[in-house]
Design a protein around this ligand. Structure first.
Ligand code: TRP
Length: 362
């Protein structure tokens, strides 16, 4: 029996950080041998808000690919590819855009949140809401069973599920009462995909909370991130300078150990494999028996142990940029084979299969 397929992707906004690692990358590494994996670099999505920065986007594409190789994505096992080099995705986007009401797209809470967070007002380009439809095509072009993502992506995946059902009902005569898991069995082209969330839904950053007292999500743009490519000294500086419990002046003051309020403990709980140590030291910290510095030092070690092999592999790839591009070339070729096949089947189902074609990447 052939393996089930898995697809996920990253928008290239820069280097990856430890929040990406526990949110999704860890999952990908664990699943890369069990599933036939497709990892997409969503460079067109990056243009929705940064169309004026093509150089930056190009660099980010290379950065993301380099980070993937550094964490241990094997380009001979998994298919890693560039979104804009797979034209079938765009062609499916156009057809899918006919299957969803415009208002349905605009009600997507992730889009609404992004408009707010990035202060887009009503100035966003037409391509901004279109990317949500594009994401359905990113996914369905590969007909995967599962899609590992962070929580913020769930609305996009729900839209993808709706598109699959609608297409299969309209063009493949699938009965609307069919259960989601049975769509393909009942003659549908597209599976009604399943999301898969990571071990950690949301990793906080190293900085102070917002005005409402909530710690902010780790994010490059908030300047509160520890990157998978940071060197050992940078990790140390970031950890030693991180926000902890502001009310704690001396090591003998009782300290805040709630991971929702003190990122020091959020990080230990998530990254430190020595659970006994964490439990004991947390108690000591709460009772004012251990200082911040000791707990931070240990965190520096824990994070550097995680990052060091990644950092070393990254250095190797940085010195061989052609290897990174070759991994993408290989993946993009494979991705096109699958996406072209899907598009041909979709066109056939829609009775728009006039001339066969082949596509070649050089
Ligand atoms: N929108 C996703 C993000 O910003 C990236 C993405 C694009 C994606 N296409 C995808 C994720 C398809 C999963 C599946 O994180």
């Amino acid at each position: 029996m052939s393996k089930q397929r898995l697809l996920t992707g990253d928008t290239p906004t820069g280097r990856l950080h430890i929040g990406h690692y526990v949110g999704s990358i860890e999952n990908r590494l664990a699943l890369q041998n069990q599933y036939e994996c497709y990892f997409l670099i969503a460079n067109k999505h990056a243009f929705t808000t940064r169309a004026d920065k093509p150089d930056e986007i190009r660099q980010s594409v290379i950065d993301v690919a380099t980070d993937w190789l550094a964490v241990g994505i094997d380009p001979n096992v998994s298919t890693m590819f560039i979104q804009s080099e797979v034209p079938a995705i765009d062609e499916l986007t156009f057809f899918f855009a006919m299957l969803i009401p415009f208002n349905r797209v605009m009600r997507n809470p992730t889009l609404a949140q992004e408009i707010k967070d990035k202060d887009l007002g009503d100035k966003y380009p037409f391509g901004f809401p279109l990317y949500a439809v594009g994401q359905c095509a990113d996914i369905l072009a590969f007909r995967p069973e599962i899609v590992p993502v962070g929580e913020d992506q769930l609305p996009h995946l729900e839209l993808t599920r709706e598109v699959a059902r609608r297409f299969d009902q309209l063009y493949c005569s699938v009965n609307p009462h069919t259960e989601d898991k049975d769509y393909v069995k009942s003659g549908g082209l597209f599976p009604v995909i399943q999301p898969k969330l990571g071990r950690v839904k949301r990793l906080v950053g190293t900085g102070a909370p917002d005005a409402q007292g909530n710690l902010l999500k780790m994010s490059k743009s908030l300047n509160n991130a520890i990157f998978l490519s940071d060197d050992a000294d940078t990790v140390q500086k970031k950890v030693m300078g991180m926000y902890t419990d502001p009310k704690r002046i001396r090591a003998t003051d009782p300290g805040e150990t709630d991971p929702e309020k003190n990122p020091l403990w959020a990080f230990h709980e998530i990254f430190n494999p020595d659970e006994n140590w964490v439990r004991e030291q947390k108690e000591a910290y709460a009772q004012g028996k251990v200082g911040d510095v000791a707990i931070k030092r240990r965190l520096v070690d824990v994070l550097n142990t995680l990052i060091e092999p990644i950092r070393n592999r990254r250095k190797q790839y940085e010195s061989r940029p052609d290897d990174v591009l070759d991994a993408l070339r290989l993946g993009t070729k494979r991705a096109n084979e699958v996406a072209e096949e899907t598009l041909a089947l979709a066109k056939k189902a829609m009775k728009q299969d006039y001339f066969p074609r082949t596509l070649r990447i050089e």
